[in-house]
Design a binder for this molecule. Structure first.
Ligand SMILES: [Zn+2]
Length: 182
């Protein structure tokens, strides 16, 4: 079974129509033995040209960058093999990146990333405040076309983005807008 391929690479989907219209279509067939549940996408980058291959699998994100998409896929797959070959020990803290409170975990042995390893650390009351001007842009000046591009490109983030907008809309209704940008 092949991995699931991002819809913007599949002719006939609205995402593919958009990506062709934007001249972003890159014909490529993944070659590595990704597992069925892997979700993969690739591209050439724009400026600077930067062929990449990305896989979302097992709650982690693996990306390879190289001179060709082939080589980028090989790099991403090598990372995947390291990921499955490790008996992970998860921590909220990464030596390189500091401590994350959003639920992400980093393996202390192989430094792999996992998006939902821990419950997020929440500060009570932290959302009981007006939204900033920069947050206002996120809910008011939304360009539907850019929104569609983001949805096609990062499908695993659609739910989180919708949730963020809902929260901002509620905060604006209850607490208003502050004069600050951040
Ligand atoms: Zn590990």
């Amino acid at each position: 079974m092949p991995p699931r391929i991002a819809p913007h690479h599949i002719p006939g989907t609205p995402e593919h129509q958009l990506s062709s219209a934007l001249d972003r279509e890159v014909l490529y067939t993944p070659k590595q033995p990704w597992p069925d549940e892997a979700y993969v996408q690739w591209g050439n980058g724009i400026i600077p040209a930067n062929p990449f291959f990305e896989a979302f699998v097992a709650d982690t994100f693996l990306r390879g960058d190289a001179d060709t998409i082939d080589a980028a896929e090989e790099k991403a797959f090598a990372k995947y093999q390291r990921f499955v070959g490790c008996e992970h020990v998860w921590s909220r803290t990464s030596r390189k990146r500091g401590t994350y409170t959003n639920g992400a975990g980093w393996c202390v042995k192989c430094d792999s990333f996992k998006s939902r390893e821990f419950p997020p650390v929440v500060t009570l009351g932290s959302k009981r405040k007006p939204i900033s001007k920069s947050e206002l842009f996120l809910i008011e000046d939304v360009d539907p076309e850019l929104d569609a591009i983001m949805d096609a490109k990062y499908p695993h983030e659609i739910a989180r983005r919708r949730q963020d907008k809902r929260e901002l809309t509620i905060r604006r209704r209850i607490f208003g807008i502050s004069g600050n940008y951040f």
